[in-house]
Design a protein around this ligand. Structure first.
Ligand code: ATP
Ligand code: MG
Ligand code: MG
Ligand code: MG
Length: 565
């Protein structure tokens, strides 16, 4: 490809709106163009990299015997009502009506659609297992779209769904996907870690997140320096603090051991936590009663607090924005099931209105500003409970200690159990002709986020340093004297030779001077640069530079292709 024919206008300055490196560099290299908040056009350079990530994903999923299909992005409300998510999903779900007033949404994920396919197509245990995937744009109306492709509203995702006869078979499918993910991110040339994750609002399931390690990551992950245990910080806390005398996998250790009306100190003691290093939990009072706690990524801790104070067995997690806006709650509010909705809640404006509260939690997503009408919530109590942090002992091996990393979540594998198949009646006939509910798993990879994460992890002050596997092209061939026929001829020869050998080459045949050409080549960051200029050519030489190491070699034109490959 010739630069003179390739739509790529580079920028010298850092765009004001971009705060993370991948966003800055993608804008400076003309990889993305913003159309609206969190909605981007992928320009040709970006699309080439995205296609390579897709190819790696396809090859590995095909190898794991998954089948590709393509589901509609527009999904009818009825399906979402069946699963119970039409109400529960909250404002991230973009809902709209057609001309006949029928409700629809833009797919943020496809559990409902795929479960509908499964219940119609899968009849017998002989049809199982099945794993279906697609690579498709998703739409999530994120409360704060930011960081370019890292947190967009429309973004490209690979989503896969497994169907199995039972829990055991589902574990086999889960493991196969876990292994495929390891191969995918390894082949993308990324430094990543799979970590045990908190299953959040869905609850009860088993899940791992795959994180690309980078300082700009939104998530904190902890990893043992002795064994292979790693978890995101919400999850690690639980593993680090099994309540005394209760096995770690007990269904509800908190309830068993916490009588009513405990003090915060009692709860902390019960959880075997010390207050020094802290996680903050907001507690909402109505009169003397504590009636709720904010989630902030710490469901279990909140539950402990609430159960300890209120003597309730059942708690309600409010995750849909409509409900918490109606009641003036904060996102992820948790209260007892029988919480009197007419009791006004109060929260100290000073606390609620500030980002500090939120960043004290682990998920910057649970962003209170702008969502909570502070008017009728007051006052709060901020509890300080201990969570695992770097340096704490590892609960698994009992020998190592945690090291802390920042991570970008690029993928997640999830055991869903029968959450959707039960609700939507996706059943099959077993060997005895008896009807059974299918057991499901779901598996996502953020394709565009993976590309952004690759840049977050691989760059220097001059620009991107593409991992060769997902680089838009392999070689930048710089013609330093476009007016010199000999140079032009030499460039053509190298260009053709490299292409014939299977290398993807972006030839810079623009009239720019050598200085700006070098700068652009570093900025765009293709793995190898080949420079052809009249001076060295007179000696029959060209120059080859490796972008990652900066290593340069002068090589004879005749052997250039071999030298580069
Ligand atoms: P996050 O915690 O970052 O909001 P998520 O857990 O909501 O992500 P999943 O539902 O697990 O996301 O979706 C699968 C994958 O899709 C994620 O691992 C991530 O790589 C990608 N993804 C999710 N949300 C976005 C987004 N807004 N922009 C780009 N990629 C995203
Ligand atoms: Mg999300
Ligand atoms: Mg997540
Ligand atoms: Mg996730």
């Amino acid at each position: 490809m010739r630069r003179s024919r390739f739509l790529i206008n580079t920028l010298k300055e850092t765009p004001k709106e971009a705060v993370v490196v991948s966003h800055v560099l993608m804008m400076r290299t003309c990889m993305i163009k913003q159309l609206a908040s969190g909605i981007y056009t992928l320009m040709p350079l970006a699309l080439r990299s995205v296609r390579k990530i897709e190819t790696i994903i396809r090859e590995e999923l095909d190898r794991a015997e998954c089948q590709e299909l393509s589901m509609p992005m527009v999904q009818p409300a009825e399906l979402w009502r069946e699963s119970g998510r039409w109400q529960a999903y909250g404002k991230e779900l973009l809902r709209f009506k057609d001309r006949k007033e029928n409700g629809y949404c833009l797919g943020p994920t496809h559990e409902e659609v795929i479960t509908d396919i499964a219940r119609r197509e899968i009849r017998s245990y002989k049809d199982l297992p099945v794993n279906l995937y697609q690579i498709q744009n998703k739409f999530r109306d994120e409360i704060r779209p930011r960081f370019g492709l890292m947190r967009g509203r429309e973004f490209l995702m690979k989503d896969a769904y497994s169907f199995d006869v039972d829990e055991e078979a589902s574990s086999v499918s889960y493991q196969a996907m876990y292994d495929a993910y390891k191969r995918i991110f390894t082949r993308c040339g990324l430094n990543f870690k799979p970590v045990e994750a908190d299953s959040g609002a869905i609850g009860g399931s088993y899940t791992h997140e795959f994180h690309v390690l980078a300082g700009s990551g939104e998530d904190e992950i902890l990893s043992c320096n002795n064994c292979d245990y790693a978890a995101n910080v919400e999850r690690a806390e639980l593993a680090a603090m099994p309540p005394a005398g209760v096995p770690a996998d007990a269904a509800d250790p908190v309830e068993v051991h916490t009588p009513a009306k405990k003090t915060i100190e009692d709860v902390a003691a019960f959880l075997e936590v010390a207050p020094e290093t802290c996680v903050k939990t907001l507690v909402f009072r109505a009169g003397d009663d504590i009636v709720g706690a904010s989630l902030m990524g710490h469901r279990e801790l909140n539950e402990a607090v609430l159960r300890g104070r209120l003597d309730v067995a059942e708690l309600e997690l409010v995750t849909d924005t409509a409900t918490f806006e109606k009641h003036g709650l904060c996102p992820g509010f948790m209260g007892p099931i029988n919480w009197p909705k007419d009791v006004p809640l109060y929260v100290d404006e000073e606390v609620m209105g500030r980002e500090t509260v939120v960043t004290a939690g682990n998920k910057r997503d649970y962003h209170l500003t702008g969502v909570v009408p502070a008017r009728d919530i007051k006052p709060t109590e901020v509890l300080t409970l201990r969570s695992a942090r770097a340096g704490d002992g590892c609960p698994r091996c009992g020998e190592g200690v945690y090291a802390s990393y920042r991570g970008i979540e690029v993928g997640q594998v999830f055991k869903l159990g029968t959450r959707y198949s039960q609700a939507m009646n996706a059943t099959y006939l077993d060997a005895d002709g008896k009807e059974q509910v299918m057991v499901m798993g779901c598996y996502g990879i953020g394709v565009t986020r993976t590309m952004a994460a690759a840049i977050e992890q691989n760059h220097d002050k001059d620009g991107i340093i593409w991992p060769v596997q997902i680089a838009p092209f392999h070689v930048a061939l710089l013609n330093l004297d476009v007016k010199d026929d000999e140079v032009n001829e030499a460039c053509e020869a190298v260009f053709k030779g490299l292409r014939a050998a299977g290398a993807e080459v972006l030839i810079d045949d623009s009239p720019l001077r050598p200085g700006p050409k070098f700068k652009d080549a570093d900025l765009i960051g293709l793995p190898i640069q080949v420079k052809v200029g009249s001076r060295s050519l007179k000696q029959g030489n060209i120059e080859v530079k490796v972008r990652k190491t900066g290593e340069r070699r002068t090589v004879p034109l005749a052997g250039a292709v071999d030298e580069v490959l």
